[in-house]
Write a protein that binds this ligand. Structure first.
Ligand code: M6R
Length: 613
């Protein structure tokens, strides 16, 4: 879960590498480094901490060069130290950066040690650097670096995206991908590599997306892509569509806050190709999409983290609207078991990034099974998941930089609700008048989400009450139970407060024992058929002195529960209530973290895109 970048040009590339690393910091941020090739050989700088520390060191050292690589790290093998930071080298003849995990690194390390290689770091990456060097020394033609790299890569097991430069080929930049993402940036007289197009938008929006097994060599004027056996590969140039807006926080203090307030726009954009004036645009499913899906009886949804929570909400919609039986599972479990795939079952995976290793592995596993089709729901148009799923559905949330997912979640919910309704219509459960209702509800949603955001200052104040609490419970019922789970995840990941969510009816089966004056209990109370049941559950909490904080529908009064805070939210009723109800929970997590002073956009131990297992 690291970020890599490379550039070759007829100018100093160090500023490009540093800017790219800033943009990749969301992928990991415990240490960083760059290496450049010049006539004097290879020079590098590595530092512990965020990219700003590296930037300072690079400026002090006046590092410059026309060809270079950079890396921002999220430690997997070895602590975040300068020695473990990338780039790694071998005999001062090459420098390499890597994202991924090499599973057979111990075996390779031992083999290389018998050939006299000395390892200075604890990383699996250093193995790749020495392995390439080893093949270089064995090669009759040292000039043929592509073949050397291909041979070395042939020995690796696991996932990687790498970028390599050599001391004696000062304008050549090499890259390769297997499992971890890598994109080539195309521009006249310059060549780039990066883990994410976002890192390259500073210089180009023209991208070639590498496939697994691709090896690329770039000079300022040329780009050659082959497979691991040396066969030429063609990867067309595609224009990256999100625009270069992500690196800018505007007037917001954090990306997360900006992204929370972008949700009305993100939802509108997501709806733009899916909902017309008076009908649901099932064309968004692609040419054969609807005919493939129309008659399915079951749906398996697989995802991780926040995307998993979106799947859990969607289960309620698919079952109640379209009469499709749904199971929802986390990808890291699904991929390692032997699931029963019933007849007429489709597979749907959800991922903001489209590069999450577990979700991609689950998709590939599913493709070997007897599913009717596979659907990928993703926010990144060029992502691996989008390329590999049979049916692609895109959210148009725009780039999400904050590690804590916000606008990606609500736009996923929008698409999932839309899909459930499209299937409902195709199966004869939604007549014209009902369709019009759904369409109007979706068109009204951005304004409702904006209204929910207006509770911000009240939530900012009440967040002070949670700052000193070590634990917190979240309660919801029905399709607001996964909303409560998402609220708990938001709070724990950015404020580091231990938070758990329960379906409110489960309280008396165990968690009630935790409730006392020290336990804040946050509830999501929409105006729905479970409201009276929820009220009784809340009575159980207040009777034990629990500190209730309720987010309630505007049409609901919960006075009798003696809540410490009850915040009324417009739009928390009807089918789309889970989307509206998510906004105050995101704001609550944000403000608690703000008051605690944590690194909100880059919480400890986490990274935005989990491209390793
Ligand atoms: O990119 P993905 O949606 O596949 O990512 C899945 C999870 O890693 C992600 O949702 C994670 O849980 C977020 N940090 C939650 O805010």
């Amino acid at each position: 879960m690291c970020g890599i970048i490379g550039a070759t040009a007829n100018r100093d590339v160090v500023p490009i590498l540093i800017e790219g690393l800033h943009r990749l910091e969301y992928r990991g941020y415990d240490s960083a480094g760059v290496a450049v090739a010049s006539e004097s050989g290879l020079n590098h700088k590595k530092t512990v901490g965020q990219v700003s520390v590296l930037e300072h060191a690079v400026t002090e050292a006046k590092l410059s060069g026309h060809c270079g690589i950079g890396h921002t790290r999220w430690a997997t093998h070895g602590k975040p130290t300068e020695i473990n930071a990338h780039p790694h080298g071998s005999s001062e003849s090459l420098a390499l950066v890597h994202n991924g995990i090499i599973e057979n690194h111990s075996v390779l390390r031992e083999k290389l040690m018998t050939h006299g290689y000395v390892f200075v770091s604890e990383t699996d990456t250093e193995v790749i650097a020495h392995l390439i060097h080893f093949h270089l020394t064995q090669s009759p033609s040292a000039e043929d670096r592509l073949t050397v790299i291909q041979k070395a890569l042939g020995e690796l097991e696991g996932a990687y995206a790498i970028a390599v430069i050599f001391a004696d080929m000062a304008d050549h930049l090499f890259g390769a991908r297997m499992g971890s993402p890598l994109v080539v940036g195309v521009s006249s007289g310059e060549g780039y590599l990066a883990s994410d197009p976002l890192a390259l938008l500073q210089v180009t929006d023209q991208m070639r997306y590498l496939e697994n097994g691709d090896v690329v060599v770039l000079t300022p004027d040329e780009c050659t892509i082959t497979d691991l056996k040396g066969k030429q590969q063609v990867r067309e140039v595609e224009r990256f569509q999100h625009g270069d807006q992500a690196a800018d926080k505007g007037s917001y203090r954090h990306f997360m806050l900006k992204e929370i307030f972008e949700q009305p726009r993100a939802i509108k954009d997501t709806l733009s190709d899916k909902v017309g004036q008076s009908r649901l645009l099932d064309e968004a499913l692609g040419v054969d999409g609807l005919s493939m899906l129309k008659d399915i009886e079951q749906l398996h949804i697989v995802a991780c983290g926040t995307s998993f929570h979106a799947g859990l909400v969607a289960k309620y919609w698919f079952e109640s609207k379209a009469n499709i039986a749904v199971s929802v599972e986390v990808a890291s479990e699904y991929r390692y078991r032997d699931p029963c795939v019933p007849e007429n079952c489709a597979f749907l995976c959800i991922s903001q990034s489209g590069e999450t290793a577990d979700t991609l592995a689950a998709l590939r596993y599913a493709k070997e099974k007897e599913y009717v089709t596979t659907i990928g729901l993703c926010n990144m148009p060029g992502a691996t998941l989008v390329r590999e799923a049979d049916i692609r559905l895109l959210t148009h949330a725009g780039i999400e930089v904050g590690v804590a997912s916000t606008k990606a979640f609500t736009t996923q919910l929008v698409v999932l609700f839309w899909l459930a309704q499209v299937m409902s219509k195709a199966r004869g459960h939604l007549n014209k008048a009902q369709e019009l209702n759904v369409v109007q509800g979706l068109h009204a949603l951005p304004d409702q989400v904006a209204l929910a955001g207006e509770q911000s200052s009240m939530i900012e104040k009440l967040a002070f009450d949670l700052v000193d609490k070590p634990h917190c419970l979240f309660l919801g019922r029905g399709l607001h139970y996964p909303v409560a789970m998402e609220g708990a995840l938001k709070l724990k990941e950015i404020s580091y407060i231990h938070a758990e969510a329960y379906p409110a009816g489960e309280l008396k089966h165990g968690p009630l024992a935790l409730v006392d004056e020290q336990m804040p209990v946050i509830t999501v109370a929409p105006d729905d058929h479970l409201l009276e049941k929820l009220k009784s559950n809340l009575q159980e909490v207040s009777a034990r002195g629990g500190e209730l904080i309720n987010f309630v529908s505007k049409s609901v009064s919960l006075d009798e529960t003696d809540a410490k805070h009850s915040i009324q939210v417009e739009g928390m009723e009807g089918d789309l209530s889970p989307i509206v109800a998510s906004i105050p929970l995101q704001l609550l997590a944000y403000y608690v973290a703000l008051h605690k002073g944590t690194d909100i956009d880059r919480p400890r131990n986490l990274a935005k895109s989990v491209t390793v297992e």
